[in-house]
Design a protein. Structure first.
Lengths: 209, 263
């Protein structure tokens, strides 16, 4: 699939990782410019961003902000949005729920101390259960339909982050474990997750995991 | 303009029929007569066979007795001339857990579109956007609409946090900071010049923004005074006949905005 040369400007890892993972897996070429917090504070870039936030994404003459809008745009172009309208709606539904959990996770990461971690980990099984249930059905290969979608990329990254946070967190979820193993074995993802590029990038810059 | 789904199929057929009639000569060919006389039958047959077809409706919303996260979708369905059934859930019943256990993520709202059940309010808005040609005319507009809807969602999350967690202590600070968030939408609205955020007709992002602005006007009636494009947007959306009828209805007025009664 031909894509215009895409360029992305983003802070380290954080929300942009889900975009990277999707592009890497699909073999889409893109340029990336990484902005550090120091650069962000010193430059006029923030004022030029629609919502004062990164990432910025450029695809030809289209400039986009908002990570999830960027992901949806790419998903449409790369055929990762289901085979029909019904699947698209279910992918959206899964993705929104994954974003809810990702927001909770990011909130935890930015807390001043570890006091919220215990409560978070206690609630985690309830948060993960719907995904386990979805993937343990008859056609459990992907969250929706029989092809990888934008929601799957988000879930893979979410699960990887949570395994770092709490290695035993998937012990009670065999379908999630096998799903993660299967997706991480996809050749491009396997190569990316074993690369220095991925390994050296902190999940959230300057924060503990 | 839709190129997929039932509406897209209908447009394609219309275009074929139009082309055939404009090249009319003395005699009408049998195939042209067939197309014209059987246009509606062809629409239905093609629609049923189209892989991207989604048979719409009837709609049912299951939610608590508030506007909350159903505000935007109700306004959108009203404006699109849709009827829908409301199943109102009593919070005490909800806490018993039976209905909650049937919901994929243990949450409401739930939209039923015929036999298809969907959760997550923004997924529902996007689905309605696809159903009712309110997701832009092409991929570029769709992306911009997604972006604006995500921006509205960020504002909605801030509002909800203030309402439920910090109303007494944080309301004044929130109102003071509000221009720093509204100015982004003002800039986009002013630049687009059509009276909508993206393109030249309302998208689900417009309905979401409209609804969040209505709630903010209740919070602070002067909050749009320095934002002429947003003020005009709210006035024009409110004046759209089907929206006006809905906003004047008991069904709308009787529901509190938020579950804790704060606004």
């Amino acid at each position: 699939m031909y894509l215009n040369r895409i360029s992305m400007v983003c802070a380290l890892t954080g929300r942009a990782e889900v975009i990277r993972v999707m592009l890497k897996d699909q073999g889409a070429e893109f340029d990336e410019k990484v902005i550090t917090m120091e650069m962000w504070k010193e430059s006029t870039l923030k004022a030029s961003c629609l919502f004062g936030q990164l990432p910025i994404f450029e695809d030809g003459d289209l400039t986009l902000y908002q990570t999830n809008a960027i992901r949806r745009h790419l998903a449409r172009k790369l055929g990762l949005y289901g085979k029909d309208q019904r699947e698209a709606a279910l992918i959206d539904m899964m993705d929104e729920a994954i974003q809810d959990l990702l927001n909770k996770y990011i909130k935890l990461m930015f807390e001043k101390d570890d006091s919220g971690k215990e409560g978070y980990l206690k609630a985690l099984p309830t948060d993960l259960k719907p995904f386990e249930k979805t993937l343990s059905g008859d056609k459990g290969s992907f969250l929706v339909g029989d092809k990888i979608s934008l929601a799957d990329y988000a879930l893979v990254i979410l699960l990887i982050h949570h395994q770092v946070l709490s290695p035993p967190c998937l012990h009670a979820f065999p379908s999630l474990q096998s799903y993660l193993k299967r997706l991480c074995a996809r050749p491009n993802l396997h190569a990316y997750f074993h690369s220095d590029d991925f390994k050296n990038r902190p999940i959230i810059p300057g924060k503990r995991t | 303009m839709a190129t997929t789904g039932v509406r897209g199929t209908v447009r394609k057929i219309d275009s074929i029929v139009q082309k055939s009639t404009t090249t009319r000569i003395n005699s009408v060919s049998p195939s042209r007569m067939f197309l014209e006389y059987h246009r509606r039958l062809i629409y239905v047959c093609l629609a049923l066979h189209s892989s991207n077809n989604f048979a719409m409706g009837p709609y049912t919303i299951t939610y608590f007795g508030v506007r909350g996260r159903c505000g935007a979708m109700r306004i959108m369905m009203a404006d699109q001339g849709q009827e829908w059934k409301e199943i109102v859930v009593d919070f005490a019943d909800w806490m018993k857990g039976d209905l909650k256990a049937t919901c994929v993520f243990g949450q409401l709202p739930k939209l039923e579109d015929g036999g298809f059940a969907l959760y997550q309010s923004n997924a529902i808005l996007r689905h309605l956007g696809r159903n009712h040609d309110a997701y832009g005319k092409d991929g570029k507009e769709a992306a911009l609409i997604d972006m604006m809807c995500d921006g509205v969602e960020d504002l909605r999350l801030k509002y909800v946090k203030m309402i439920y967690q910090e109303y007494d202590t944080g309301k004044d600070v929130y109102i003071k900071d509000l221009p720093n968030h509204l100015d982004k939408f003002e800039a986009v609205m002013a630049k687009n010049k059509t009276g909508f955020l993206v393109g030249d007709k309302p998208s689900f992002a417009d309905y979401s923004l409209f609804e969040v602005l209505l709630n903010h006007l209740v919070l602070c009636s002067s909050c749009l005074d320095t934002f002429p494009s947003l003020k005009s947007f709210v006035e024009k959306m409110s004046a759209r006949p089907k929206i006006k009828t809905f906003l004047d209805s008991e069904a709308y007025k009787k529901l509190p905005i938020n579950g804790n009664g704060k606004q």
